[in-house]
Design a protein around this ligand. Structure first.
Ligand code: GLA
Length: 353
Protein backbone atom coordinates (compact mmCIF):
# COMPACT_ATOMS: atom_id res chain seq x y z
CA UNK A 1 0.00 0.00 0.00
CA UNK A 2 1.18 3.52 -0.64
CA UNK A 3 1.73 5.35 2.59
CA UNK A 4 -0.43 8.36 3.39
CA UNK A 5 2.74 10.44 3.18
CA UNK A 6 3.32 9.22 -0.38
CA UNK A 7 -0.21 10.06 -1.46
CA UNK A 8 0.04 13.54 0.09
CA UNK A 9 3.41 13.96 -1.65
CA UNK A 10 1.74 12.91 -4.89
CA UNK A 11 -0.94 15.58 -4.65
CA UNK A 12 1.61 18.28 -3.75
CA UNK A 13 4.43 17.22 -6.05
CA UNK A 14 6.23 19.92 -7.99
CA UNK A 15 8.06 19.27 -11.20
CA UNK A 16 11.77 18.90 -10.38
CA UNK A 17 14.41 20.77 -12.38
CA UNK A 18 15.74 18.92 -15.43
CA UNK A 19 19.35 17.98 -14.76
CA UNK A 20 22.09 15.60 -15.85
CA UNK A 21 24.26 13.40 -13.64
CA UNK A 22 27.31 11.28 -14.49
CA UNK A 23 28.54 8.22 -12.58
CA UNK A 24 31.68 6.18 -13.17
CA UNK A 25 33.61 3.15 -11.97
CA UNK A 26 37.36 2.70 -11.41
CA UNK A 27 37.88 1.25 -14.95
CA UNK A 28 36.96 4.47 -16.72
CA UNK A 29 33.46 3.28 -17.61
CA UNK A 30 30.89 6.04 -17.14
CA UNK A 31 27.18 6.65 -17.59
CA UNK A 32 25.17 9.88 -17.81
CA UNK A 33 21.48 10.33 -17.08
CA UNK A 34 18.83 12.99 -17.17
CA UNK A 35 15.72 12.98 -15.02
CA UNK A 36 13.62 13.86 -18.10
CA UNK A 37 12.21 10.38 -18.63
CA UNK A 38 14.68 8.81 -16.13
CA UNK A 39 16.85 8.47 -19.18
CA UNK A 40 20.31 7.16 -19.93
CA UNK A 41 22.05 9.58 -22.28
CA UNK A 42 25.56 8.15 -22.49
CA UNK A 43 27.34 4.90 -21.64
CA UNK A 44 31.08 4.89 -22.22
CA UNK A 45 32.85 1.52 -22.27
CA UNK A 46 36.33 0.23 -23.24
CA UNK A 47 36.98 -0.97 -26.80
CA UNK A 48 39.67 -3.46 -27.90
CA UNK A 49 41.96 -0.74 -29.32
CA UNK A 50 42.35 0.85 -25.87
CA UNK A 51 39.91 3.71 -26.57
CA UNK A 52 36.51 4.27 -24.95
CA UNK A 53 33.27 4.30 -26.97
CA UNK A 54 29.85 5.73 -26.20
CA UNK A 55 27.55 2.80 -26.98
CA UNK A 56 24.13 4.41 -26.47
CA UNK A 57 22.37 7.04 -28.52
CA UNK A 58 22.12 10.51 -27.06
CA UNK A 59 22.02 14.21 -27.82
CA UNK A 60 24.34 17.06 -26.91
CA UNK A 61 21.68 18.95 -24.92
CA UNK A 62 18.81 17.89 -22.71
CA UNK A 63 16.38 20.09 -24.69
CA UNK A 64 16.79 17.85 -27.74
CA UNK A 65 15.19 14.96 -25.84
CA UNK A 66 11.90 16.92 -25.64
CA UNK A 67 11.63 16.85 -29.45
CA UNK A 68 12.41 13.15 -29.79
CA UNK A 69 9.68 11.62 -27.64
CA UNK A 70 8.48 9.30 -30.41
CA UNK A 71 11.94 7.75 -30.76
CA UNK A 72 12.13 6.82 -27.06
CA UNK A 73 15.84 7.60 -26.94
CA UNK A 74 17.05 6.06 -23.66
CA UNK A 75 14.14 6.54 -21.23
CA UNK A 76 12.29 4.25 -18.87
CA UNK A 77 9.05 3.45 -20.68
CA UNK A 78 5.75 2.61 -19.00
CA UNK A 79 3.55 2.23 -17.15
CA UNK A 80 3.22 -0.55 -19.73
CA UNK A 81 6.25 -0.73 -22.01
CA UNK A 82 5.41 -2.10 -25.49
CA UNK A 83 1.91 -2.40 -26.96
CA UNK A 84 -1.60 -2.99 -25.62
CA UNK A 85 -4.11 -3.85 -28.34
CA UNK A 86 -6.63 -1.03 -28.92
CA UNK A 87 -5.45 0.40 -25.61
CA UNK A 88 -8.02 -1.56 -23.66
CA UNK A 89 -7.93 -4.23 -21.00
CA UNK A 90 -10.17 -5.69 -18.30
CA UNK A 91 -8.99 -6.00 -14.71
CA UNK A 92 -11.18 -7.51 -11.97
CA UNK A 93 -14.20 -7.19 -14.27
CA UNK A 94 -13.70 -3.49 -15.03
CA UNK A 95 -12.76 -2.24 -18.48
CA UNK A 96 -10.02 0.40 -18.81
CA UNK A 97 -9.16 2.56 -21.81
CA UNK A 98 -5.63 3.85 -22.29
CA UNK A 99 -4.32 6.60 -24.57
CA UNK A 100 -4.04 5.49 -28.21
CA UNK A 101 -0.70 6.60 -29.67
CA UNK A 102 0.40 3.90 -32.15
CA UNK A 103 -2.14 3.38 -34.94
CA UNK A 104 -5.13 2.00 -33.05
CA UNK A 105 -3.00 0.75 -30.16
CA UNK A 106 -1.33 1.94 -26.95
CA UNK A 107 2.49 2.04 -26.98
CA UNK A 108 5.06 2.56 -24.18
CA UNK A 109 2.62 4.03 -21.65
CA UNK A 110 0.99 6.52 -24.03
CA UNK A 111 1.93 9.93 -25.39
CA UNK A 112 2.26 11.30 -21.84
CA UNK A 113 3.90 8.17 -20.41
CA UNK A 114 6.77 7.95 -17.93
CA UNK A 115 9.32 8.74 -20.66
CA UNK A 116 7.89 12.28 -20.91
CA UNK A 117 7.89 13.02 -17.17
CA UNK A 118 10.50 14.79 -15.10
CA UNK A 119 11.50 12.34 -12.35
CA UNK A 120 13.18 12.97 -9.01
CA UNK A 121 16.87 12.15 -9.42
CA UNK A 122 19.41 11.56 -6.68
CA UNK A 123 23.08 10.54 -6.86
CA UNK A 124 23.44 7.88 -4.16
CA UNK A 125 27.18 7.35 -4.67
CA UNK A 126 29.84 7.77 -7.38
CA UNK A 127 28.41 4.65 -9.03
CA UNK A 128 24.66 4.85 -8.37
CA UNK A 129 21.70 7.06 -9.32
CA UNK A 130 18.14 6.76 -8.04
CA UNK A 131 15.13 7.95 -10.04
CA UNK A 132 11.63 8.06 -8.54
CA UNK A 133 8.19 9.23 -9.51
CA UNK A 134 4.59 9.02 -8.37
CA UNK A 135 2.28 8.26 -11.27
CA UNK A 136 -1.24 9.40 -10.30
CA UNK A 137 -4.42 7.36 -10.58
CA UNK A 138 -5.85 7.72 -14.09
CA UNK A 139 -2.61 8.85 -15.76
CA UNK A 140 -2.87 7.84 -19.45
CA UNK A 141 -5.88 5.74 -18.34
CA UNK A 142 -4.09 3.46 -15.84
CA UNK A 143 -5.70 2.78 -12.46
CA UNK A 144 -4.00 3.30 -9.09
CA UNK A 145 -1.50 5.76 -7.65
CA UNK A 146 1.80 4.04 -8.43
CA UNK A 147 5.12 4.85 -6.80
CA UNK A 148 8.05 3.84 -9.07
CA UNK A 149 11.76 3.72 -8.25
CA UNK A 150 14.60 2.91 -10.65
CA UNK A 151 18.22 2.44 -9.55
CA UNK A 152 21.02 2.71 -12.12
CA UNK A 153 24.33 1.24 -10.89
CA UNK A 154 27.74 0.82 -12.51
CA UNK A 155 29.57 -2.19 -11.07
CA UNK A 156 33.33 -2.78 -10.80
CA UNK A 157 33.18 -5.60 -13.37
CA UNK A 158 31.93 -3.19 -16.10
CA UNK A 159 28.33 -4.25 -15.80
CA UNK A 160 25.49 -1.79 -15.56
CA UNK A 161 22.37 -2.62 -13.52
CA UNK A 162 18.85 -1.28 -13.84
CA UNK A 163 16.76 -2.23 -10.82
CA UNK A 164 13.06 -1.39 -10.76
CA UNK A 165 10.50 -1.32 -7.94
CA UNK A 166 6.87 -0.23 -7.90
CA UNK A 167 3.94 -0.26 -5.48
CA UNK A 168 0.31 0.70 -5.98
CA UNK A 169 -2.73 1.64 -3.89
CA UNK A 170 -5.23 -0.05 -6.26
CA UNK A 171 -5.04 -3.08 -8.61
CA UNK A 172 -3.24 -2.11 -11.80
CA UNK A 173 -0.95 -3.42 -14.55
CA UNK A 174 2.73 -2.64 -15.00
CA UNK A 175 5.60 -3.45 -17.36
CA UNK A 176 8.65 -1.19 -17.12
CA UNK A 177 11.67 -1.34 -19.40
CA UNK A 178 14.62 0.73 -20.56
CA UNK A 179 14.53 1.94 -24.15
CA UNK A 180 18.24 2.64 -24.69
CA UNK A 181 19.46 2.33 -28.27
CA UNK A 182 22.81 0.57 -28.46
CA UNK A 183 25.38 0.79 -31.20
CA UNK A 184 28.58 -1.06 -30.28
CA UNK A 185 30.50 0.81 -32.99
CA UNK A 186 30.32 3.76 -30.58
CA UNK A 187 28.71 5.91 -33.27
CA UNK A 188 25.57 5.71 -35.37
CA UNK A 189 27.68 6.36 -38.49
CA UNK A 190 27.70 2.58 -38.91
CA UNK A 191 24.76 0.21 -39.08
CA UNK A 192 24.06 -2.25 -36.29
CA UNK A 193 23.47 -4.92 -38.96
CA UNK A 194 27.11 -6.00 -38.49
CA UNK A 195 26.56 -6.87 -34.80
CA UNK A 196 26.56 -10.59 -34.00
CA UNK A 197 23.58 -11.46 -31.82
CA UNK A 198 22.64 -14.46 -29.72
CA UNK A 199 19.25 -14.72 -27.94
CA UNK A 200 18.50 -17.48 -25.46
CA UNK A 201 14.99 -18.07 -26.71
CA UNK A 202 13.38 -20.97 -28.57
CA UNK A 203 10.04 -19.22 -29.02
CA UNK A 204 8.50 -15.86 -29.88
CA UNK A 205 5.04 -14.30 -29.84
CA UNK A 206 3.71 -13.85 -33.42
CA UNK A 207 1.65 -10.69 -34.01
CA UNK A 208 -0.82 -9.10 -36.38
CA UNK A 209 0.23 -6.26 -38.71
CA UNK A 210 -0.06 -3.73 -35.86
CA UNK A 211 2.47 -5.82 -33.86
CA UNK A 212 -0.17 -7.00 -31.36
CA UNK A 213 0.37 -10.66 -30.33
CA UNK A 214 -2.12 -13.18 -31.67
CA UNK A 215 -1.70 -15.21 -28.45
CA UNK A 216 0.29 -17.98 -30.13
CA UNK A 217 3.72 -18.99 -28.76
CA UNK A 218 5.63 -20.16 -31.86
CA UNK A 219 8.99 -21.87 -32.29
CA UNK A 220 11.84 -19.80 -33.75
CA UNK A 221 13.24 -22.99 -35.33
CA UNK A 222 13.99 -22.60 -39.06
CA UNK A 223 13.00 -18.90 -39.08
CA UNK A 224 15.03 -15.65 -39.28
CA UNK A 225 14.16 -15.15 -35.60
CA UNK A 226 16.34 -18.07 -34.52
CA UNK A 227 19.31 -16.44 -32.78
CA UNK A 228 20.19 -19.44 -30.62
CA UNK A 229 23.33 -19.70 -32.75
CA UNK A 230 25.15 -16.32 -32.94
CA UNK A 231 24.26 -14.64 -36.25
CA UNK A 232 24.86 -11.19 -37.76
CA UNK A 233 21.74 -9.07 -37.36
CA UNK A 234 21.80 -8.09 -41.05
CA UNK A 235 22.02 -11.64 -42.36
CA UNK A 236 18.29 -12.44 -42.40
CA UNK A 237 16.72 -9.08 -41.49
CA UNK A 238 15.13 -8.61 -44.92
CA UNK A 239 13.66 -12.10 -45.34
CA UNK A 240 10.19 -10.67 -45.88
CA UNK A 241 8.85 -14.00 -47.11
CA UNK A 242 8.62 -14.74 -43.37
CA UNK A 243 5.48 -12.79 -42.43
CA UNK A 244 6.65 -11.54 -38.99
CA UNK A 245 9.69 -9.90 -40.65
CA UNK A 246 7.40 -8.30 -43.25
CA UNK A 247 4.99 -6.98 -40.57
CA UNK A 248 7.80 -5.37 -38.57
CA UNK A 249 9.98 -4.27 -41.51
CA UNK A 250 12.88 -6.15 -39.86
CA UNK A 251 13.18 -7.22 -36.22
CA UNK A 252 10.64 -5.84 -33.75
CA UNK A 253 9.44 -8.91 -31.89
CA UNK A 254 9.10 -10.37 -28.44
CA UNK A 255 11.29 -13.41 -27.80
CA UNK A 256 10.03 -15.80 -25.10
CA UNK A 257 13.17 -16.34 -23.04
CA UNK A 258 14.04 -19.96 -22.29
CA UNK A 259 14.70 -19.22 -18.61
CA UNK A 260 11.55 -17.29 -17.79
CA UNK A 261 11.51 -15.36 -14.53
CA UNK A 262 14.97 -16.54 -13.48
CA UNK A 263 17.84 -14.05 -13.50
CA UNK A 264 19.87 -15.38 -16.41
CA UNK A 265 21.63 -14.52 -19.66
CA UNK A 266 18.95 -13.38 -22.12
CA UNK A 267 21.11 -12.22 -25.02
CA UNK A 268 24.60 -11.19 -26.08
CA UNK A 269 25.81 -8.90 -28.83
CA UNK A 270 29.30 -8.50 -30.31
CA UNK A 271 30.69 -5.92 -32.73
CA UNK A 272 33.81 -7.29 -34.47
CA UNK A 273 35.26 -3.89 -35.44
CA UNK A 274 35.45 -2.57 -31.83
CA UNK A 275 35.63 -5.93 -30.03
CA UNK A 276 32.86 -4.79 -27.66
CA UNK A 277 30.62 -7.51 -26.24
CA UNK A 278 27.42 -6.70 -24.37
CA UNK A 279 25.54 -9.34 -22.42
CA UNK A 280 21.95 -8.77 -21.31
CA UNK A 281 20.92 -10.49 -18.08
CA UNK A 282 17.37 -10.31 -16.81
CA UNK A 283 14.69 -11.85 -14.61
CA UNK A 284 11.95 -10.96 -17.12
CA UNK A 285 10.02 -13.47 -19.28
CA UNK A 286 10.46 -11.62 -22.60
CA UNK A 287 12.92 -9.66 -24.70
CA UNK A 288 11.79 -7.19 -27.36
CA UNK A 289 14.55 -6.83 -29.92
CA UNK A 290 13.93 -3.80 -32.15
CA UNK A 291 16.38 -3.27 -35.03
CA UNK A 292 15.61 0.39 -35.76
CA UNK A 293 13.34 -0.14 -38.74
CA UNK A 294 11.42 3.13 -38.29
CA UNK A 295 14.49 5.38 -38.28
CA UNK A 296 14.57 7.75 -41.22
CA UNK A 297 17.83 9.66 -40.70
CA UNK A 298 16.08 12.96 -39.86
CA UNK A 299 17.09 12.76 -36.21
CA UNK A 300 20.57 14.11 -35.40
CA UNK A 301 22.31 12.91 -32.27
CA UNK A 302 25.45 13.60 -30.27
CA UNK A 303 28.23 15.37 -32.19
CA UNK A 304 26.14 15.46 -35.38
CA UNK A 305 25.72 11.68 -35.61
CA UNK A 306 22.75 10.90 -37.84
CA UNK A 307 20.32 8.44 -36.27
CA UNK A 308 19.78 6.58 -39.52
CA UNK A 309 17.93 3.45 -40.57
CA UNK A 310 19.07 0.49 -38.44
CA UNK A 311 21.85 2.34 -36.63
CA UNK A 312 20.66 1.53 -33.11
CA UNK A 313 19.16 -1.55 -31.50
CA UNK A 314 16.90 -1.78 -28.46
CA UNK A 315 17.00 -4.92 -26.33
CA UNK A 316 14.06 -4.41 -24.00
CA UNK A 317 13.71 -6.93 -21.18
CA UNK A 318 10.07 -7.07 -20.16
CA UNK A 319 6.79 -8.91 -19.98
CA UNK A 320 5.16 -9.88 -23.28
CA UNK A 321 3.35 -7.19 -25.29
CA UNK A 322 -0.43 -7.08 -24.72
CA UNK A 323 -0.14 -9.48 -21.74
CA UNK A 324 -3.14 -7.78 -20.04
CA UNK A 325 -5.33 -9.26 -22.81
CA UNK A 326 -3.83 -12.77 -22.81
CA UNK A 327 -4.53 -14.80 -19.66
CA UNK A 328 -1.94 -17.39 -20.84
CA UNK A 329 0.88 -14.81 -20.83
CA UNK A 330 2.74 -14.00 -17.58
CA UNK A 331 0.55 -11.79 -15.40
CA UNK A 332 1.28 -8.04 -15.48
CA UNK A 333 -1.07 -7.34 -12.56
CA UNK A 334 0.20 -5.48 -9.49
CA UNK A 335 -1.99 -5.33 -6.40
CA UNK A 336 -1.81 -3.26 -3.21
CA UNK A 337 0.61 -4.88 -0.78
CA UNK A 338 2.73 -6.41 -3.57
CA UNK A 339 6.04 -5.03 -4.84
CA UNK A 340 6.86 -5.12 -8.56
CA UNK A 341 10.58 -5.89 -8.88
CA UNK A 342 12.80 -6.24 -11.91
CA UNK A 343 16.54 -6.46 -12.46
CA UNK A 344 18.30 -6.13 -15.81
CA UNK A 345 22.08 -6.12 -16.22
CA UNK A 346 24.00 -4.98 -19.31
CA UNK A 347 27.49 -6.40 -18.94
CA UNK A 348 30.44 -5.22 -21.09
CA UNK A 349 33.64 -7.06 -21.97
CA UNK A 350 36.02 -7.72 -24.86
CA UNK A 351 35.63 -11.51 -24.85
CA UNK A 352 33.97 -12.50 -28.12
CA UNK A 353 31.59 -15.44 -27.79
C1 GLA B 1 9.67 -0.25 -29.53
C2 GLA B 1 8.67 -0.83 -30.46
C3 GLA B 1 8.95 -0.37 -31.84
C4 GLA B 1 9.02 1.13 -31.90
C5 GLA B 1 10.03 1.64 -30.90
C6 GLA B 1 10.05 3.13 -30.82
O1 GLA B 1 10.88 -0.87 -29.57
O2 GLA B 1 8.61 -2.22 -30.40
O3 GLA B 1 7.95 -0.84 -32.69
O4 GLA B 1 7.77 1.68 -31.61
O5 GLA B 1 9.74 1.14 -29.65
O6 GLA B 1 10.25 3.72 -32.04
Amino acid sequence: MLSLVAVIALSCQRTPKVEMITISNHNGMSATFTNYGARITSLIVPASDGTFKDVVWGYDTVEEYYDSNDLYCGPIVGRYGNRIGKGRFVLDGKEYFLTINDGENHLHGGSGGLSTKVWNMEKLSDREVKMSILSPDGEEGYPGNVEITVYYTLNYDNSFDIKYEAVTDAPTIINLTSHAYFNLHGTSKYSTNSHILRINASHFTPTDEGLIPTGEIASVGGTPLDFRVPTAIGERIDEVSFEPIAFAGGYDHNWVLDKEREFSLAAEVFEPSTGIVMQVWSDQPGLQFYSGNFMDGKDIGRGGDIHGYRTGIALETQNYPDAPNHPDFPSPVLRPGEVYKQLTRYSFSLNAF
